[in-house]
Design a protein around this ligand. Structure first.
Ligand code: SF4
Length: 121
């Protein structure tokens, strides 16, 4: 399992397997992650975070992601795992769920249309 480029807040509602990155286990893109030292705690929610604070924190994290050279790799990693918590690749957990649902729907449509084409052809 790949390790996080950014470190979860110590008080965050994040499962214990989401340990901080270790150099020897980091993926090839982790070394370029802008968030390797998430000192501001932008990427993971502290417990009982009010909605307005969460939205503001997530927007700040997304601004960091927007200038990160490995955003595409990070986003794909988070979608493929899938990572259930935090901001990854400029997407919140909710946005990743939507993106994954779209992918699944698209895959089903492609399979269905392929099957229909074969039957019709
Ligand atoms: S895209 Fe965002 S979450 Fe991913 S490595 Fe870069 S700064 Fe971190």
């Amino acid at each position: 399992m790949l390790q996080l480029p950014h470190q979860p807040l110590q008080v965050a509602a994040v499962p214990p397997q989401r340990a901080p990155a270790r150099e020897d286990q980091a993926g090839p893109w982790h070394s370029e992650a802008v968030c390797r030292r998430d000192e501001a705690g932008l990427f993971f929610a502290p417990s009982k975070e009010p909605t307005a604070a969460r939205l503001s924190r997530e927007e700040s994290a997304k601004r960091v992601c927007a200038r990160c050279p490995v955003m595409v790799e990070c986003r794909e990693h988070a979608l493929m795992q899938p990572e259930p918590y935090g901001v990854w690749g400029g997407l919140t957990a909710a946005e990743r769920r939507v993106a994954l649902a779209r992918r699944r729907r698209r895959d089903v449509e492609l399979k269905t249309s392929g099957a229909t084409d074969r039957i019709a052809g």
